[in-house]
Write a protein that binds this ligand. Structure first.
Ligand SMILES: *Cc1c(COP(=O)(O)O)cnc(C)c1O
Ligand SMILES: [Zn+2]
Length: 419
């Protein structure tokens, strides 16, 4: 790991060597991987990067804490599309909007970036078994990435996890422990089991390498924008590891001289579960909240990475925006109808927050904004149908079709006549 200096506690500043099975500091604080940016700047540049044919997160190896000899895990993670979203932008009244569809990763969420990193580090540690607890996506992505690399997984999910995600776990051959309790209960049980059996730990708030994987999402966004820095990057927040990773990626690029300024973050949480945003809004320490939202991936009442997440929002002079479940369902329809992008509820929550921030006047219509869609809608078809409704049901006859159209006030479009 040519450019890694070590790991440093975000709470007390204690430093550790970057061994593969690193967890938290003795004080309980979360560690942060440190790099030699002067050396990265010396050896590596945007121009050099442009010549790299690797279309995956591993194209950013100089910024990643893996040994040169560690093979990239088999599934192709990263390099998801960044779409210029003009139709959605026009509808929201925003001049330049981009949508980064991270639901197009191999197991259909941004979590693949962290899980691929977990698999790489588990191999370095010589582990053959990995475990985690998750609201769903960290679990399914770990199960998939581990299966492809021939590692076993023990996965703890709350029993409320959507069926699509649980089906992924079973298909990928994980041992699934569905916990009859909250996400907090699930997390605590996984922690005890990992302690007992010594599995490699893929809990993002404990293993500091995972946010290094997640940060590749912002490395990519900036490269895809030709290193033109957007004004804002919006994303949904649960435990806070994703936003912390996104911010780390941006700071890396800034420190290595790839970009000359930093965007502001828009942290979006659900009104019914927004402990981190509430801390930003009130200026008080965060307090646990109920997990009261249909956006299961961000229904996190006790966030596991509050320090890094709050620091990311504050350091970026970011916005903290809360949205209702209705606004989340509306964003699902909006993204689908205007851009052909189908996100799960937490996947579109960032976009719902952009709309809300414009309505509240927190965001100027002249801003350049990137909204990250963090997970695919097919994982949670129940809420997809809830957002968009059931289709009309017709008997297979033209008469039935005509009366169904009449009933639904649909005037079929005629084909455009040619001149
Ligand atoms: C995990 C997840 C998030 C939030 O990430 P945190 O690290 O928990 O803040 C957002 N959207 C989706 C789809 C997720 O799976
Ligand atoms: Zn410490």
């Amino acid at each position: 790991m040519k450019y890694v200096l070590g790991a440093k506690c975000v709470k007390c500043g204690k430093e550790y060597p970057a061994v593969p099975s690193l967890t938290t500091c003795a004080c309980g604080g979360i560690l942060d991987i440190q790099y030699d940016y002067a050396a990265i700047r010396r050896d590596f540049s945007p121009r050099e990067l442009a010549r790299n044919p690797d279309c995956s997160m591993w194209r950013y190896r100089p910024f990643l804490p893996v040994e040169e000899t560690t093979p990239p895990p088999p599934l192709r993670v990263g390099w998801s599309p960044l779409y210029r979203a003009d139709r959605l932008g026009a509808e929201l009244g925003l001049k330049r909007l981009y949508v980064k569809d991270d639901g197009l990763n191999p197991t259909a969420s941004l979590k693949d970036r962290a899980s691929a990193m977990a698999v790489a580090k588990a191999r370095e540690a010589g582990a053959d078994t990995i475990a985690c607890s998750s609201t769903g996506n960290a679990a399914s992505s770990l199960a998939g990435n581990a299966a492809a690399a021939g590692l076993s997984t023990y996965i703890f999910v709350p029993s409320r996890a959507p069926k699509g995600k649980v089906a992924q776990l079973r298909i990928f051959g994980a041992t699934v422990i569905s916990v009859d309790g909250s996400y907090e209960d699930t997390f605590e049980l996984s922690r005890a089991a990992i302690d007992r059996w010594g599995w490699y730990n893929r809990n993002a708030a404990i293993n500091p390498y995972l946010s290094e994987g997640k940060k590749t999402v912002t490395l990519e966004i900036l490269e895809q924008l030709g290193w033109q820095v957007p004004d804002f990057i919006a994303l949904s927040v649960g435990d806070g590891c994703t936003i912390a990773g996104a911010w780390k990626g941006l700071k890396d690029l800034h420190s290595a001289g790839f970009i000359d300024r930093l965007p502001r973050l828009i942290a979006v949480q659900a009104e019914g579960c927004c402990p981190l945003n509430r801390a930003i809004q009130t200026g008080k320490p965060w307090q646990p909240m109920e997990e009261n939202t249909l956006a299961d991936s961000i229904a996190v009442g006790v966030p596991r990475n509050p320090d890094k997440a709050l620091a990311a929002i504050r350091e970026s002079n970011g916005l903290a925006v809360n949205v209702s479940d209705e606004e989340i369902l509306d964003a699902m329809r909006l993204l689908g109808r205007t851009q052909g992008v189908f996100g799960e509820p937490a996947g579109v929550t960032g976009t719902a927050g952009v709309k809300k921030a414009l309505e509240l006047g927190l965001l100027s219509p002249d801003s350049t904004v990137v909204s990250i869609v963090t997970g695919n809608g097919l994982k949670d078809v129940h809420n997809g149908i809830r957002a968009a409704g059931e289709p009309m049901l017709v008997k297979p006859s033209m008469d039935a079709l005509l009366s169904a159209f009449a009933e639904h006030h649909i005037t079929p479009k005629e084909r455009n006549s040619l001149l």
